[in-house]
Design a protein around this ligand. Structure first.
Ligand code: SF4
Ligand SMILES: [Zn+2]
Ligand SMILES: [Zn+2]
Length: 316
């Protein structure tokens, strides 16, 4: 099949637009789309110090490369990468290695922050005794370490590689769970003291498009899956949206657009609360004790978990 814009062979059928795209036109579509989203939400502004959450997986490797290629030449911006090592045997070692190679190639500083150094136990040890799903522990501790590291290192923004598929799943899951508070928290550009503003430059591109772009650009992508990834409760929601999108292309974008249409109402019904400092570790929380410290308190009788009272990281 030929490209809808030129004589070259198409490498991608964009089902929601009906367009066939060759390598050149796909690359240009993808870069334009990401730049447009960055501009629309003022994700990158002069003077920003941007911490990139780089797990070493395909999405974050593509994000790091794209951000540095598109914005790395600007003298009014700074970039560095943070990799969280949760301690997942036979999985995380490989992605940490990839992350180190990527940052070396890009010439940016790379900080590795581990669960063991900061909470006293690896995720593998935690899930052996924990009663919740592995992702519940992982999500809380990872978010905590990412935010704290980014803030302590002076970042003004924290870039994550969440794509359209992730966003559509999160929106629908929050609806299904009637968790409108959590839904309101993913509105972009929400500023809160102690929390580094998160930016998601891939929020309007499909996961498939991120992978194709990474391939086309020749980035070293690995496709290893976290051994715990079968377990999240979001799997049925992911499968449902996938099937729906297959029959009705463009529905993932519709989910995102519907959410955008109710933002203004959500900002009124679910305004941002003023955050406190956790009584144990001092990190921002809407309660008296932060989620991470609560998990530590729940489990520390059974496992050598500790509160993260001061941050430990290594710089590569
Ligand atoms: S799949 Fe779950 S356990 Fe694995 S890295 Fe992601 S959040 Fe953590
Ligand atoms: Zn073309
Ligand atoms: Zn705490």
């Amino acid at each position: 099949m030929k490209c809808s814009y030129c004589f070259r062979d198409a490498i991608y059928l964009q089902r929601y637009s009906g367009k066939h795209l060759c390598k050149k036109h796909f690359t240009s579509f993808f870069e334009k789309k990401v730049r447009k989203v960055i501009k629309k939400f003022r994700m990158i502004e002069s003077g920003d110090v941007i911490a990139i959450a780089l797990s070493g997986g395909k999405d974050s490797v593509t994000l790091s490369n794209l951000l540095l290629e598109q914005y790395g030449g600007r003298h009014d911006l700074e970039f560095f990468a943070i990799t969280i090592d949760e301690g997942i045997a036979n999985y995380r070692e490989k992605t940490v290695e990839v992350a180190s190679k990527v940052t070396k190639n890009l010439g940016i500083e790379h900080y590795i922050v581990s669960f063991i150094d900061n909470f006293g136990s690896s995720l593998d040890e935690i899930v052996k005794i924990g009663k919740k799903s592995p992702c519940s522990y992982c999500g809380v501790f990872r978010k905590y370490l990412l935010n704290r590291t980014a803030r302590e290192l002076g970042a003004t923004k924290l870039a994550t590689a969440h794509n359209l598929d992730d966003e559509a799943q999160t929106i629908l899951m929050n609806f299904i769970n009637a968790d409108i508070d959590r839904l309101a928290r993913i509105i972009p550009q929400r500023e809160q003291e102690g929390l580094v503003m998160r930016i998601k430059p891939f929020r309007e591109v499909y996961e498939k498009e991120v992978v194709i772009y990474g391939f086309v650009r020749g980035y070293s992508l690995i496709f290893d899956e976290c051994p715990y990834s079968e377990l999240p409760i979001r799997a049925p929601v992911r499968d449902f949206i996938y099937e729906f999108e297959k029959e009705h292309p463009g529905r993932k974008i519709s989910v995102l657009r519907s959410f955008e249409k109710i933002w203004d109402c959500l900002k009124i019904t679910n305004p941002q609360v003023k955050l406190n400092n956790c009584e144990i570790c001092g990190e921002p929380t809407s309660q008296k004790i932060c989620q991470a410290c609560k998990l530590v308190l729940e489990m520390k009788e059974e496992i050598s978990l500790k509160h993260c009272t001061s941050l430990t990281y290594s710089k590569v």
